[in-house]
Design a protein around this ligand. Structure first.
Ligand code: FAD
Ligand code: NAD
Length: 469
């Protein structure tokens, strides 16, 4: 085998690609992973999950110090903020984690190429290395894991200065006086929260009549209340029809979707967060004949195979939930499938978390969806205001809601708004994965005092027997 011949060539070193590469190498395949960013980790580590959570944590500390410490008898005097130090910490968190992936590539014998990969034949990838040279790799299998990129709006040119995408919003060098966020989805609420906590006047402009469309109705209602209470201004059922940027800021023209009424909004910075689109340019897909669906995602079968033998795709580029852990699951399943094992992803048990405060976490079916499909269910709900640990911590906003099949009691969906929701959901994901009933959760001993007791009580409430409400 020549040095540039591999069993698997992975194009894209994000959570889908790098995890697939490591798992395949663990299983004995000779693997190459190509990424053109210069550092591995993809969107998630470099300009997504990780930097956003680092800033959410810093801004959470700042807001807590300003507003909560005194309630605990802690006096801080006046508070100062050093934006540059906050950004430097975030950058270090990112850098340390990307170095960790390079270490794992080394440890597992994955050949890592820093450059852009382009398919020139179904089994051949030309890498234009960042240093300029070209290198031809040949592989029995090629995995496309090139992820996604920011979706734009016509008439709004993202310059990453005044009109920014999530990438620009993660690196602002000062707190904007006002921030207009276009899109009330996950990025809008997370990054809107970061800058609001640090002092920006934030307005979210959302086309639909709700924040977080697609989530359970009770979560959407609660989050609307919570975000408003925190001082975020919400303009729902509103579209942006024009944007004019000048030295003082950006003037947005807004139009009500319901009445057609027009108004303007002047913002220091505008964040465009209206979704993401598959990233397939420069990959040579056309020349090898890889088919896309009508939305531009790569079409794959249940084993992530494209229409071309030997070419596979996982992660954001194939659509579905654009989540790092979904991409990772697919990467592992594909690697195991290629190694002759039964790789599999259970899409009914993929959690989704919004890292706001209160946090949101969901898995499985929503109440709206069950009603639409005529599925008979029982719902149990338990508020954090009745949970002892939440009271000790002073974090009583929100609830746990469990939806269980009316006949079998099998858990169909769990929706949480509240403290540590993102960690609490793991138990619910496991319940769905193993086909547990609400009664199984209700009869499982949960330590006291802990937030997890709210999940147990919600499970008991499914059967009308919660103790603490
Ligand atoms: P990506 O991570 O996008 O990686 C693809 C890589 O391929 C990129 O590095 C790209 O440079 C490279 N590439 C593209 N074309 C080529 C080529 N021709 N040659 C070589 N390399 C190429 N998800 C969560 O689950 N939790 C979160 O908290 C979360 N927060 C997010 C916050 C933000 C601000 C954003 C933008 C996204 C967030 N996401 C989160 C989504 C998550 O980042 C993505 O779902 C995930 O990164 C998808 O992984 P992937 O491997 O499919 O693609
Ligand atoms: P999103 O799909 O979550 O939200 C986009 C929002 O923009 C929607 O509410 C949509 O109705 C609205 N919108 C669309 N067009 C509009 C318009 N013209 N005017 C006003 N509003 C408009 O997308 P996002 O927030 O950009 O995030 C992109 C992806 O990144 C998501 O798929 C998400 O899963 C992922 N992500 C995940 C996390 C997490 O897991 N915590 C965090 C950030 C991003």
């Amino acid at each position: 085998m020549s040095e540039n011949r591999f069993d698997l060539i992975v194009i894209g070193g994000g959570p889908g690609g790098y995890v697939a590469a490591i798992r395949a190498a663990q299983l004995g395949l000779r693997v190459a992973c190509i990424d053109k960013r210069g550092v591995p980790g993809g969107t998630c580590l470099n300009v997504g999950c990780i930097p956003s959570k680092a800033l959410l944590q810093s801004s959470h500390h700042y807001e807590h110090a300003a507003e909560e410490f005194a309630k605990h008898g802690i006096q801080t005097g006046s508070l100062d903020m050093d934006t540059a130090a906050m950004m430097a910490r975030k950058d270090k968190v990112v850098m340390d984690l990307t170095k960790g992936i390079e270490f794992l590539f080394n440890k597992n014998g994955v050949a890592y190429f820093k450059g852009a990969g382009e398919l020139i034949a179904p089994d051949q990838v030309m890498v234009t290395l960042l240093e300029g040279d070209e290198q031809l790799l040949t592989g029995s299998n090629v995995l496309i894991a090139t992820g996604s990129d920011v979706a734009t709006l016509p008439g709004l040119e993202i310059d990453e200065q005044r009109i920014v995408s999530s990438t620009g919003a993660l690196s602002l060098d000062r707190v904007p006086t006002s921030l207009a966020v276009i899109g009330g989805g996950v990025i809008g609420l997370e990054l809107g929260s970061v800058w609001r906590r640090l002092g920006a006047d934030v307005t979210v402009v959302e086309f639909l009549d709700t924040l977080l469309p697609g989530m359970d109705q009770d979560i959407r209602k609660q989050m609307q209340r919570s975000m408003k209470k925190q001082g975020m201004k919400l303009k729902l059922s509103t579209k942006v029809t024009a944007a004019v940027a000048n030295a003082d800021g950006v003037q947005l023209t807004l139009e009500s979707v319901e009445t057609g009424a027009v108004e303007t909004l002047l913002a220091d910075i505008v964040l465009v967060a209206v979704g993401r689109r598959p990233y397939t340019s420069g990959l040579g897909l056309q020349q090898v004949g890889v088919a896309l669906d009508k939305h531009g995602f790569i079409d794959v079968d249940e084993h992530f195979k494209t229409n071309i033998n030997g070419i596979y795709a996982v992660g954001d580029v194939i659509g579905g939930a654009m989540l790092a852990h979904k991409a990772e699951e697919e990467g592992v399943a594909l690697a195991e499938h290629l190694a002759g094992k039964p790789g599999h992803v259970n899409y009914a048990a993929i959690p989704g978390i919004v890292y706001t405060s209160p946090e949101v976490a969901s898995v499985g079916r929503t109440e709206d969806g069950l009603k639409q499909d005529g599925v008979a269910y029982n719902a149990g709900k338990f508020p954090f205001s009745a949970n002892a640990r939440a009271r000790c911590n002073g974090e009583t906003e929100g609830f746990v809601k469990i939806l269980a099949d009316a006949t079998s009691d099998r858990v169909l969906g769990v929706h949480i708004v509240g403290p540590n929701a993102g960690d609490l959901i793991a138990e619910a994901v496991m319940a769905i994965e193993v086909g547990a009933s609400a009664e199984d959760i209700a009869r499982t001993c949960h330590a006291h005092p802990s937030m997890g007791e709210a999940l147990k009580e919600a499970a008991m409430a499914v059967d009308g027997r919660a103790i603490h409400i």
